[in-house]
Design a protein around this ligand. Structure first.
Ligand code: FAD
Length: 411
């Protein structure tokens, strides 16, 4: 039986960050990281690189772990015995831990579709061989249907526009693409930009069935329409991977993830959870509404690592933040927005920032609380991308500091 001071389960970007941060805080401790994959992937531009670039740029560097004396075990943790402070693995010996960090991430949420097991149907699993398979399939594809027009679907569609032989259609159940992030007028602009890039968009319609003989040939929609498809990409969101935690009796929330406190401790004080598997809290106070991002997960990983043997840091209130580029146009959203059905004491204001005020061409819509005037959300679109990002950063600071909307200084 193996023994370690700190055991990290899951070697995606958040487990990796947690292990490295634990080393910085606790130089003398024995740290072990268990992950399933031989090659772990960093998520930046994952859909894009899968469709167009090279996935080798996404591989996390194991040499950094070795340099920091972190033992890497390629295996799967199958159970946690909290009483004995020991985990069971699928292939190797059990591991006794003093402190445990769960970074088991998320899995594609693939609602049941008849035909989802046909060849040519993919979801975005963050697994190197699987993603290489998608790349190979796309090389000969002629008609691609993307089910779900969220960030992954849009990133994937955008990357596929350079393949002139490929007909790309996105199917979205909600009335608009990215309707969970933007108000209607911003969503309409997103759709206009996508259409200009040659992408077909069908909204307010679901995919009902994937049809074909061995390989997918067509997608039947809820309105009865049938789309030809030799490749289908299911981009219907993600779910936190919480089975291991739930089986161990830790407090979990189905959609939000493993329940954690401000120190990233779970309901067992010797077990922490970080990244996509951990529940989030956002400015609207709704647990689980936030998009799961590696940036936030990395922050959580550093907080958990600091607190392993003594409580040192708390996590900040997480601010929903999202940006996507379509061609040379960028769209960003932070915090709350009108389509969220805000309570009666909140209302919206639109502020247009003209090119005369700042360089570039950027429009900002700000949400503020009626009672206090405090800025609570913003949506931004325009170009160039760098300017949109910079304005988003300033707006994020303003929201964190509860700045009044009429005192915002964006220029
Ligand atoms: C297409 C796409 C693009 C994205 N782009 C961005 C972006 O640009 N910026 C950004 O901030 N975020 C982005 N994200 C979000 C980002 O991918 C996630 O927030 C991030 O990967 C979460 O990291 P994680 O380590 O928590 O989980 P994961 O990356 O899911 O890693 C979890 C790991 O744990 C392993 N594991 C699970 N259970 C066990 C077990 N029992 N035993 C051993 N190992 C186990 C898994 O195999 C996996 O390797 C993107 C996501 C997608 C899908």
């Amino acid at each position: 039986m193996k023994q370690t001071d700190v055991l990290v389960v899951g070697g995606g970007i958040c487990g990796y960050t947690a292990a490295l941060a634990a080393r910085r805080y606790y130089g003398g401790k024995k740290i072990t990281l268990v992950r399933k994959e031989v090659r772990a992937l960093i998520p930046w531009c994952l859909a894009f690189n899968c469709a167009k670039g090279t996935l080798y740029n996404n591989v996390l560097r194991d040499d950094r772990l070795y340099d920091e004396r972190i033992e890497l075990v390629i295996d799967e943790v199958t159970a946690i015995d909290r009483q004995g402070k020991c985990v069971t693995t699928a292939f190797a010996e059990d591991i006794i831990y003093d402190k445990l960090i769960l970074a088991t991430g998320s899995l594609p949420a693939t609602p049941f579709f008849k035909g989802a097991d046909l060849q040519g149907v993919f979801a975005l699993k963050k697994e190197f061989p699987y993603l290489e398979n998608i790349r190979a399939s796309l090389a000969s594809a002629r008609s691609l249907v993307i089910v779900g027009a969220g960030p992954a679907g849009i990133e994937f569609a955008e990357a596929c526009t350079t393949n002139r032989q490929l007909n790309v259609t996105m199917v979205e159940l909600l009335p608009h693409c990215l309707a969970w992030a933007f108000d209607d007028e911003f969503c309409t602009l997103v759709e206009e930009n996508l259409r200009q890039r040659g992408i077909n968009i069908i909204t307010a319609t679901g995919a009902e069935e994937l049809q074909g003989h061995k390989r997918v040939e067509q997608v039947k929609l809820t309105n009865g329409r049938v789309l030809p498809a030799d490749t289908v990409f299911l981009a219907t969101g993600i779910v936190p991977n919480i089975e291991l935690a739930r089986e161990a009796g830790l407090a979990t929330h189905d959609h939000a993830g493993i329940v954690v406190d401000e120190y990233m401790r779970t309901s067992d004080v010797d077990i922490f959870a970080v990244g996509d598997c951990a529940a989030k809290g956002n400015l609207s106070g709704s647990v689980g509404a936030i998009a799961r991002r590696a940036i936030e997960g990395g922050r959580e990983a550093r907080v958990a690592a600091a607190n392993l043997f003594a409580l040192k840091r708390t996590r900040e209130t997480v601010l929903d933040k999202f940006a996507v580029a379509i061609g040379d146009h960028a769209f960003g959203a932070i915090g709350l927005f009108q389509n969220m059905n805000l309570e009666a004491d909140r209302k919206m204001l639109t502020v247009d920032i003209t090119p005369g005020v700042i360089a570039g061409n950027v429009t900002v819509k700000v949400a503020y609380a009626r009672e206090t005037g405090a800025t609570i959300g913003a949506q931004v679109h325009g170009k160039p991308f760098g300017l949109v990002r910079e304005i988003m950063d300033r707006l994020a600071d303003a929201i964190q500091q509860q700045a009044r909307f009429d005192e915002l200084a964006l220029a």
